[in-house]
Design a binder for this molecule. Structure first.
Ligand SMILES: Nc1ncnc2c1ncn2[C@@H]1O[C@H](COP(=O)(O)OP(=O)(O)O)[C@@H](O)[C@H]1O
Ligand SMILES: [Mg+2]
Length: 261
């Protein structure tokens, strides 16, 4: 199978991007796929969520973006979870945006870095920062698909148009091959009207409705705990509903590729 590169993006913070990136990576790995998870957020939550202490690292994805010629292989770490490697982040990535300004082709630095490692993986998942910044643009120009996590709350829906506008611009001008793989509803609370209302709005939205994943990620404190523990949910508590939901989402992700092929 040709390597699929999935950007997980939404400029809204706290909508479940990192949790989705960690757990879909882990489920893909568990299903026998070779996965690289790339942390493009200076907050480095994906890095720590996969059990790596970013403060102890000499080099991270930051160094790849600043000195692309040195390649990405040297910063990749293996993890203790089946099938997953990680390209970690570091807080100094926050400065990368400005440091990358003089670079020629600065929107394509990550894409170039990925070229010679794509053969090593079935899937590369890129966890984006909560902004429509140059880091997110680098993820989108590298990606073959985009997954958008949306928190089931109507406040969370406002930014979707902006994100889709950016997606359209990237597709038109920088990466015509990218497509929207799907929109996943996260932090759904079946007792809360705001959650049900948000889901109704998404189901009626023309841009989104056909792309909604059937698997809905409900509120689950175990997902918070597992993130703090530095382990994906299927390794932290494989029977909780968060684990089941992420496995079911991952099977849908694979299924969407089969349908498209
Ligand atoms: N389904 C969920 N139920 C409960 N808490 C969640 C769920 N998904 C994510 N969280 C928690 O919400 C916070 C924000 O999630 P995160 O994945 O870091 O969002 P983002 O990467 O979009 O900022 C984290 O503390 C995370 O553990
Ligand atoms: Mg995050």
């Amino acid at each position: 199978m040709f390597c699929k590169v999935i950007a997980i993006a939404n400029q809204k913070g706290g909508c479940g991007k990192t949790t989705t990136a960690i757990n879909v990576s882990a489920c893909l790995g568990k299903l026998g796929k070779r996965v690289l998870a790339i942390d493009m957020d200076p907050q480095a939550n994906l890095t720590s969520g996969l059990g790596i202490n970013s403060e102890e690292l000499n080099e991270s994805i930051y160094n790849v973006l600043i000195e692309p010629k040195k390649g990405i292989k040297r910063i990749i770490h293996s993890t203790r979870f089946k099938g997953i490697d990680v390209a970690p982040s570091h807080i100094n990535l926050a400065g990368a945006e400005i440091e990358m300004v003089p670079l020629y082709g600065r929107e394509f630095v990550l894409k170039k870095a990925l070229e010679n490692i794509k053969d090593d993986y079935d899937f590369i998942l890129i966890d984006c920062p909560p902004s429509l910044s140059l880091l997110t643009v680098n993820a989108l120009t590298s990606a073959s698909e985009l997954i958008i996590p949306v928190q089931a709350h109507h406040f969370a829906l406002g930014g979707l148009t902006k994100l889709m506008d950016m997606f359209d611009i990237v597709k038109e001008e920088m990466n015509e091959g990218i497509s929207l793989l799907g929109v996943v509803v996260t932090m759904f609370d079946s007792r809360a009207n705001v959650s049900k209302d948000a889901l109704d709005i998404l189901k009626k939205d023309k841009q989104v409705s056909g792309k909604l994943f059937k698997s809905i990620i409900r509120m689950n404190i175990k997902l918070v705990e597992s993130g703090k523990e530095g382990a994906p949910i299927i390794y932290y508590d494989k029977d909780c509903h968060g684990a089941t939901a992420y496995m079911s989402l991952t099977r849908e992700v694979i299924q969407r590729y089969r349908v498209a092929a």
